[in-house]
Design a protein around this ligand. Structure first.
Ligand code: 1CP
Length: 352
């Protein structure tokens, strides 16, 4: 497969490009009026994920409007625990809630086996439809949560402040937590491989809550299972190399460890110094990030100046994918997103 715009894939594969590719975590979302309209049509968030037509519509909206260099599948990391029987709902303004969180050892040991074309067929239908609609304009990124991040939601039942249930279990019954994480890693391997077979060109593993851990615990309970997933992924499909990106929020203290697990790229949050990261691991992996999402609360002129600062921080040469340091906030003015994408397109060729 070749893409009309292939600078994202080329950068991941360390090939020469004329500019820095740009996409944005949560690029389809509530800051876009057209997203809010489609979501209203769907009724609720899960209906939106479960309708391939509507998921395709919202995946393409930011591509059509801004010209990002990659699309990301519209779905959620919590589709997996939902398929395992935890019964996911999204209540307005409250974020994700599981009606049946894991509360006992028995529940953890007896989690339902998940069939990719049975329980998660709607995700694969969406991937196929999006790939068809994109018509090779830009590559599609598939994704999953890391086992650690999935387990945090499965044990707490919702977003939490301190994540005391999982962090307690980590010390009181590490063997049980390892059994859960290992099982999740197996499901994620199947899930990402199914996305690859259905047409995604690259995959990203989101470890939103890995940054809660001490270094030793991060390696033992988070990174180890990310590595297991990376080892199990299809590396080549249809004669195309399928590159991978890992992203740990608050993971800036463990860059060397993240660079050593076999991912093509490491995503950086905005707290991490991009020039320091490049000096440390930039020869080993591509770097993705890391503009502070709060920059987009300003105005187009300031956004452009901040984009330039990020490009300057990385410096001259390939191996950088422009992104935010985490997802965009819901209330952002789309004009500021346009200013960001335009600035990367106009300013970055000078660095290549
Ligand atoms: O109201 C709405 O319309 C729902 C908001 C929303 C959106 C747009 C949720 C609920 N999920 C999504 C889509 C989504 N989630 C994508 C789509 C692709 C994209 O445009 O980027 C992706 C990749 C995710 C991944 C995701 N979901 C993560 C990992 C990345 C991250 O942001 O840290 C996590 C932790 C989730 C859980 C989740 N789903 C939704 C919310 C509000 C949350 C986070 C809750 C929390 O803070 O704990």
């Amino acid at each position: 497969m070749s893409y009309k715009n292939d600078c994202f894939i080329k950068t991941l594969l360390r090939e020469q490009t004329y500019k820095t590719p740009c996409w944005m975590m949560r690029q389809a979302g509530r800051y876009l009026p057209e997203y809010r309209a489609t979501r209203a049509k769907a009724g609720n968030f899960m209906n939106l994920c479960m309708s391939p037509e509507l998921a395709t519509e919202v995946t393409l909206q930011p591509i059509d409007r801004f010209g990002f260099d990659a699309a990301i599948l519209f779905s959620d990391i919590l589709t997996i625990p939902d398929a395992m029987g935890l019964d996911l709902t999204f209540e307005e303004g409250k974020g994700p809630i599981f009606r049946k969180p894991l509360t006992t050892e028995e529940e953890i040991r007896n989690l339902r086996k998940v069939g990719m074309e049975e329980e998660l067929g709607y995700v694969m239908d969406a991937v196929r439809m999006i790939v068809k609609e994109l018509d090779n304009r830009v590559p599609l990124i598939g994704f999953s949560g890391s086992p650690w991040t999935l387990a945090t939601y499965m044990l707490e039942g919702s977003t939490s402040k301190e994540y005391t249930k999982i962090r307690g279990l980590m010390y009181s019954n590490p063997a049980l937590l390892h059994a859960l994480l290992d099982q999740l890693a197996d499901v994620v391997i199947e899930y990402l491989n199914a996305q690859i077979v259905n047409g995604v060109a690259a995959v990203q593993i989101f470890d939103t809550w890995g940054g809660l851990l001490s270094k030793e615990c991060y390696k033992e309970f988070s990174l180890r299972y990310t590595q297991k997933i990376l080892n199990g992924l299809i590396k080549n499909y249809n004669n195309q190399e399928i590159p991978s990106i890992i992203f740990t929020k608050n993971g800036g203290a463990w860059l060397s460890e993240q660079a050593n697990v076999g991912a093509n790229a490491v995503g950086l949050d905005w707290m991490t110094d991009l020039d320091h990261a490049r000096a440390l691991i930039g020869n080993k992996v591509v770097l993705q990030g890391n503009m502070d999402p709060a920059v987009l609360l300003s105005n187009p002129e300031i956004v452009r100046a901040e984009v330039k600062k990020v490009l300057d921080k990385f410096g001259v040469g390939g191996g950088h994918i422009f992104n935010l340091g985490h997802g965009i906030f819901p209330g952002i003015d789309p004009e500021n997103v346009k200013a960001m994408v335009d600035a990367v397109r106009e300013l970055s060729p000078a660095y290549h």
